[in-house]
Structures are given as C-alpha cells and as structure tokens.
Design a protein around this ligand. Sequence first.
Ligand SMILES: [Mn+2]
Length: 326
Amino acid sequence: MQATLPIDAVLNAIAKADRLLVTAHARPDGDAVGSVLACWMMLQQMGKHADMALSDRVPRIYRSLPCASQVRHWSRVEGDYDTAILLECDGIARTSLDGLENRFLINIDHHTSGRAFANVNWIDSSACAVAELVYQLAGGAGIAITPEISTCLYTAMLSDTGSFCYEGTDAHTFELARNLVGHGADPVLIAQDVYFSNPASKMLLLGAALANLHLDGRLAWLWVSANDMDRTRAAEEDCEGIVNYAIGIGGIEVAVFLRELRGERVRLSLRSKGQVNVATIAERFGGGGHENASGCTLEGTLPIAMEQILAQLRSEMAAASVHGAP
Ligand SMILES: [Mn+2]
C-alpha cells in the first residue's frame, strides 16, 4: 500500500477541521503574506470558518493585496480554532504567536531548514515559494483559482524568487507564473505595487546602509544602527532587500546586512551566490532559511555581532575555498 502523500495528509486534516487559523513567520515577507492570503481564500471557498493572523503588521507594499486588511495583527491566538496552518515556520516560536501550543498544527514549508514539528508536515524544499505548495493544495482541493488568489500567489513567488533571479528558478517556476497570469494575476500592476511604491524612508535608510558598506575579498557587509533607523524614520520592513545591494556587487560571493535592534540584539540577513551555504550558518545562531538566503538574530552589541558573523563567514569561505580579491 502506498504511503499517504504529504499534500493528501494536509487536505485530509483540512477536511476534518472546523475552525482554522492561517499564519506564517514573524516579519512576514511577500511569500508569507501572499501565501497566507491565498490559503485563507482557498479555505473560504471550501466553506471553512477561517481567520488569518500574523504577529507583525503586513508590510506596506503588500497591503494592497486582496483581503490584506483582514489579516489580524496579534501577539496571542484567542478563539476556539481547532486547527492552525503554519506557513514557512520551523516551529511554533517562528510565528511569535502565543496560544498555538495545544491546537492541531499543519506545517507547510519550503525551507531547507524546515522541521517536522507539527501534527501534519509538508516540507518541500524544491518549491520556489511556499506559494507553489498553496497552489498545489488549491488544485488538490479542487477550488477555483480566482484572480485574487492568483494575485496573491504571483506576488509571493515574485518576491521569493527575487523576481525570477534566484537559484532554483527554472522552467517549472515560469510555468507556475504563466498559470497564475492565466488565472488573472496582472504582472505589471503587481510589479508596480511591489517595486515602484517604496516609501522615501526606505531610500534614506538604504543610503545610510550603503555609507556603511565594507568589502574584504569576496565578502561584503553593511549595517544600519538603531540611530540610523530613527533618523531616517524607517520601519523595520524598510530593511528588506538592502542586503541584495551588497551581494549584487561583482566578485562578491557572500554578503551580510546587520541591523541594530533595541536591547543589544542584532538582526542579520545573509546572502550567498552559491559556494557557501548560509542557511547552515544562520541555523547555528538559531535562525534559518535557504542555502543562498537566510537570517538570524544575535545577542550583543553591533560590533560584537559583526565580529562573530564575519569570523564565521570567513571560516566557511575558507573551507569552501572562496578566496582572493573580487
Ligand atoms: Mn518563502
């Protein structure tokens, strides 16, 4: 007898559920937001009672997505949800939501650092975005892929593939994009919302970060202090993508962006062009992600965090024989 496929286990669990909550990781990115919205719309079509909640607000650039205003901004789950669907989380803690502990949990993830922590787990690191798994789920559930669902899933995959640039982007990725556009996603409007609607604070913060850009061989790093954040009136979400300016330099193989948080903590975004696995490094510090894009939070001051991560990266680069000037 054939073992139950993970997607079927998820569909079975949804079929049995009465009241569902859909959530994703804290500091949600485009994939997390778009996939939560699409998953929720799918559940609505299935006639389920479902809500969406995130521990952080939906980033501005994703607030124009269909139904984005219905995402609840919670720190604790209240309500008699019998089942919660967690997207892109390697554990309950990643949601930063309290009150999930005693519920039936469904985990859907595409990170290489994914863990089978839930009652039902579907982890497929070959998917370009968790949106791809939600799309498959919608297909499996036999629901109609509406223009609203397509818009959310296309936005999610656009952001998670780095506009179809990251490792793993292949014919299959474009096939999915083609299907979503066929179902009503408008790639021009979505690109305008995601890439041409930046608040001025984001550009001012980028300027501050680039003033702190440092290069050493094939390694690049840059940072912003808590003071930079205040001075530019930047929001946390304005930091998204800054690391790409460092990894975008010719000859650079590994890059890190550091952001000083209140209370002697530092948030790190790591990027690699492929020779060094930055997911492993992030995991060492309690974070996670993909081989080429990951993140973690370090305890300590900005200079100490910088020293720690640069030492780790230099030793990993030496081990991977990434040497020399760019
Ligand atoms: Mn993702």
